[in-house]
Design a protein around this ligand. Sequence first.
Ligand code: NAD
Length: 508
Amino acid sequence: MIADTLKTLQIEKKSPGASTGKEWFGHGEEISSWSPVDGALIGAVSTSAKEDYEAVVKKAQSAFAEWRTWPAPKRGEVVRQIGEALRAKKEALGKLVSYEMGKSLQEGYGEVQEMIDICDFAVGLSRQLHGLTMHSERPGHRMYEQYHPLGIVGIISAFNFPVAVWSWNTMLAWVCGDVCIWKPSEKTPLCAVACQHIVAEVFEKNQVPEGVSGLVIGNRETGEWLSQDIRIPLVSATGSTRMGKAVGAAVGARLGRALLELGGNNAIIISKDADLDIAVLGSVFGAVGTAGQRCTTTRRLIIHESIYDQIKARLTSAYAQLSIGDPLDQKNHVGPLIDRSAVDAYLAAIEKCKAEGGKFVVEGGVLEGKGYESGCYVKPCIAEAKPGYSIVQHETFAPILYLLKYSTVDEAIAIQNGVPQGLSSSIMTLNLREAEQFLSASGSDCGIANVNIGTSGAEIGGAFGGEKETGGGRESGSDAWKVYMRRQTNTINYSTQLPLAQGIRFDL
Ligand code: NAD
């Protein structure tokens, strides 16, 4: 079955890992892609060596000189066709995402749907990209601002959204007139190869210059080349806070622009006035979906003391019904972690939580036996903890949920905000006062704050991102496109005089 999928997506047993569109090369060391689903080898890629990287950057530079002159709606038309190509390949690409990354098939399809949605959004945007006009203080003068393309956008992405995050960046960047170079996660290289093939076909049909879509597969070092490269005015990096601090420092040292989308430590506050059915369902989906490997995964539940025991009991019984196994089988709720090192990090976090005094009400552990041969399947678990435990302050990219207790809403918000990260947050309540306080200036400090829905799963129409150690970047909808462009203020004098601003006189 997967052989057909790979064929549809033009993935060879060994693919080159660098590309400028139609052209493929790659002289670096080989990386193999093993599926966390069954431990099988899916394929391999030869990574991008430094000389391959140079070739991709040079091609991107020459492509930019032409691409930026295309009218934005014409660039939008190309993106519209990419959306069509993705619709045609949705099933195959969704399946590959699921098989290479380990998320459920529904989530794999959902990820491709997000790509299609952002294409649609970008097409509309291509007829906008608007600046403002202002009134000049000088007579006979007109003043306005406009947005121009920026240049090469470097995109560093994480394994957990192997295709959607790239599309959030590229589709906007392309309508803005930029060219892109993508360094995907080394854990999901084949998804990147598949996307590059899909785009290359559309680009060829439309005679888009070679180099508008660059691909450089590699590990951390390849990401460092991008971050340090003065020819790349914007680096958009999605991944851990550790990575973001390194990328932010490297890009900042050369005064480039960095768009950082980093780790979260997301919480749901469950008020005594919550609809408990919604609260429990939203919490369980948020905590165990994608096996706890979403940046927006629910990691902490902050529960009112009066309903704490009731929620604990309901969660325990919901967890007992979870079926863990092959994510391509739609009866399963939870698939594998990405690899065995993620399993080790999960086990270490459980031990740390116990050492700090945490009490597990649903025990974790690694699953063994038939169906679990990859060694990557773990049990979602729940611990009663305290907000100040150092393990609770950190993001562990696995399905571990911490239960915390509160008595006043002020205290709940303080606990919610009392972590270094600031991505997604939510409150479950039917009490208007509590909901509004949570959304107010003294409420949640996160980039995303929801009421009566969980922390995970965002729509592309809103700007996506978070504060503090989450990096401060915004991608996707709203006016996130502005980061991909340079703003220029223009003043035009159509009078016969040269009046100076602020009434300054300069007579000769
Ligand atoms: P990771 O930080 O290990 O790797 C992410 C990418 O950065 C990879 O492509 C990697 O090769 C590259 N990289 C690593 N170190 C680098 C460096 N020093 N310089 C340049 N590039 C470097 O993250 P991961 O394990 O792939 O993904 C999980 C993390 O990503 C989690 O922390 C999750 O919360 C975060 N994430 C955040 C968002 C968001 O939008 N905020 C979305 C998805 C994932």
